[in-house]
Ligand binder design. Structure first.
Ligand code: SAH
Length: 381
């Protein structure tokens, strides 16, 4: 995902090594449902995008909030310290980040939260990362952070109070798509066209793969698309369950707070949108996050849910303006770039509103900081 990518020309398909592998799989087993296609493109052990590419930053395919401004990670670090206080200041705390990218967010969070020494002393950090190139970047970024850091492929169970941070992680999880036709819902899949090239096709929805359409979505029109990550969200929420210990998680991503119809699967290549079938394994693939669906999965797993609020609201409530002015006074030479960075994070027609923040927590914990629902302001007369 990118802040504001350009609209790329529809580029001709690229014969990546993964194309051969996918075509063989399709010939043998039939079309691949979208979730299997996305999973292969992102996580194929040999050729998957998130197994090898550097991806993030100016030289990669997209840029993320922590790479735009150090203040993003700093404020999330302070958020974690506040949550730890609301947990009663336990003397051990697991701080997990899902999909930590270049390690920038965590490095900024740990540096800023040194102002709460007892929080720092309690910390052990766990990074859940599938990309070996990025693990090396994270190792460098956190080399002198002063806190023990471990890497894992998934969230491991533990009986320790836990805080989870995830920025632009949910959008990279595989999703399924269905398309409405007069005969009913059909699953969208990737097959082969007459020339043997990858092409979107429609297959009958198998009984155990019927879409669970939310009640608020009615009257689909012909060709209307419904997307869902219900299964992966349920699996993630179940993984996050800690046994009787305080738990809080903060998920920030571009998405929508209410269920909606629409095809949001997109590929990004060098900061421009591309066809999702263009270059499997070499372009980033992602899709909007349905925060309502994530909230349902979290509640079903026994969590309470706070938010979502927009990224601008979250950062505003955590004091981004005050922090930026202090940083600008201390570094006058960098004032313009600091200001440009926060303007981008808060942009009303951009990251500030397209990105949402949702909190999940153990039910006995108080509501998470900065995620209270936005107050309805009384009308002015
Ligand atoms: N949070 C970072 C990076 C976002 S990009 C930032 O804000 O800059 C998505 C991140 O999730 C990358 O680090 C990617 O390698 C990782 N990732 C994607 N799918 C994953 C998976 N299934 N398991 C673990 N990490 C994953």
């Amino acid at each position: 995902m990118s802040d504001s990518p350009t609209n790329g020309e529809r580029a001709p398909a690229v014969a990546t090594p993964l194309v051969q592998k996918l075509a063989a799989r399709i010939r043998q087993h039939g079309p691949l449902p979208i979730d299997a296609y996305v999973e292969a493109c992102l996580q194929d052990p040999e050729h998957g995008y998130y197994r090898k590419q550097t991806a993030i930053g100016g030289g990669g395919d997209f840029i993320t909030a922590p790479e735009i401004s150090q203040i993003f990670g700093e404020l999330l670090g302070l958020w974690c310290a506040l949550v730890w206080q609301s947990m009663g200041g336990p003397d051990r705390l697991r701080l997990i980040e899902l999909g930590p990218g270049r390690g920038t967010l965590m490095a900024d969070a740990l540096r800023a939260s040194r102002v709460v020494p007892a929080f720092h002393a309690a910390l052990s950090v766990e990074l859940v990362e599938s990309n070996r190139v990025l693990v090396e970047a994270q190792r460098k970024a956190l080399a002198s952070c002063g806190v023990p850091v471990e890497w894992h492929d998934t969230v491991s169970p533990s009986a320790t109070p836990t805080i989870v941070l995830a920025n632009e992680f949910l959008d990279a999880l595989a999703l399924r798509q269905w398309i409405w036709r007069e005969s009913g819902w059909h699953e969208r899949a990737v097959g082969l066209d007459d020339a043997g090239a990858l092409a979107f096709v429609e297959i009958p929805a198998a009984d155990d793969r019927e879409p669970a359409i939310p009640a608020s979505l009615t009257n689909p029109h012909n060709g209307c698309i419904f997307e869902s990550r219900a299964d992966v969200f349920a699996a993630l929420a179940a993984e996050l369950k800690t046994s009787g210990q305080p738990f809080a998680g903060l998920f920030i991503d571009y998405g929508h707070s209410e269920p909606a119809f629409g095809d949001t699967l997109q590929a990004l290549h060098a900061h421009a949108y591309a066809d999702p079938l263009r270059a499997p394994g070499e372009d980033d693939l992602s899709a909007l996050v349905d925060f309502a669906a994530f909230g349902v999965a979290a509640r079903d797993a026994g969590f309470a849910v706070d938010g979502p609020v927009t990224q601008a609201e979250l950062l505003g409530r955590l004091g981004i303006i005050e922090r930026a002015s202090r940083l600008m006074s201390a570094n006058p030479a960098k004032a313009a770039s600091i200001e440009a960075g926060i303007a981008r994070l808060l942009a009303p027609v951009g990251m500030g509103t397209r990105f949402l923040a949702l909190g999940i927590r153990s039910v006995d914990l108080s509501a998470l900081p900065a995620l209270e629902p936005v107050e309805m302001r009384p009308p002015r007369y």
